[in-house]
Design a binder for this molecule. Sequence first.
Ligand code: GLU
Length: 381
Amino acid sequence: MATIKPQWANAKRIVVKIGTSLLADKKTGALNRAWLAALVDDVAALKAKGKQVILVSSGAIALGRKALELPSGPLKLEDSQAAAAVGQIALAHAYEEAFKAAELVAAQILLTLGDTEQRRRYLNARSTMETLLRAGAVPVVNENDTVATNEIRYGDNDRLAARVASMMSADCLVLLSDVDGFYTSEPGRDAGAQLIREVTEITPEIEAMAGDTGAELSRGGMVTKIEAAKIAMAAGAHMVIASGKADNPLARIGGEAPCSWFLAHTNPRAARKRWIAGALEPRGAVVIDDGAAAALKSGKSLLPAGVSLVEGTFERGDAIVIRDSNGHELGRGLSAYSDRDAQAIIGHKSSEISRLLGYRGRDELIHRDDMALKQGADKDE
Ligand code: GLU
């Protein structure tokens, strides 16, 4: 019995990217339903072990292209966007049916680059997906190809999947494609090409090797996979490139099957805290009372009731500083409310939020997961 890699055995939240070449037949463009059904069995098995799974699926353009009978070869941007508009329906339907057969619920999420990069939307996309995962659904993500323009599109789902893994604090990102891992050079052309089983750092040598291996037919060769690895590793997620060609590809991961692991040096929680503490420019601040400060230090979220003052101009999702009643910085966090809305609800119970604002927002002004306290004050450290 092969030993299972601990990074895989211990992963609680897994993002799986599914390449077009696996889902759609290369010649006919028809959907590979038997393969999809087997993949859904794999997802169901992971879920039965208590893991959460998010899929990032390509295939919309390939399916739509078939339906619209577009010529083969590279498509113009507007043609691929039109194809995606048609194909995404078929793709979503296929997932819905396949998951229904396994008594699971699929949820479609279409993202643009802005959704994962702009703070405000980032918070929304994250909490929607959290809600879906809590409810036991399987989010199926794709790029919103129809509205994304050249400048604001990912264009490849490798990086989109890595951003989703980062946004969702996933422990593992799996890139399933038609190659079984990362090679020193292109296996088809160089008989001496060797599979690299484990990468712990993206060195210039690794990047150079990626430049040589533009193997995959669909967009997203090794260059975008290395870009994805950088995003994932920085976010504390391990990444694995594995072949999805055989049925049940997820069941094979973690054992002896050939694949390439890119191991992160940190974990998603620590990476997210570092991002909140360091990478974001704070737009404002809140001053909190002693009771709230004690609650924060014991690992709780910041409720509006514990806030005595709001400073600065900020939007939902912006980073703000948290100060104690003496003006000392306790930490930073992403505000669930704009400064205007925060002004209206501070000092009040969370149950009053909907009466005060006219909508039901979050109970917390800054959720625990969106907060980084200063060294020594953080229970999570
Ligand atoms: N979003 C594209 C689609 O669904 C795929 C992009 C990619 O292949 O990486 O067809």
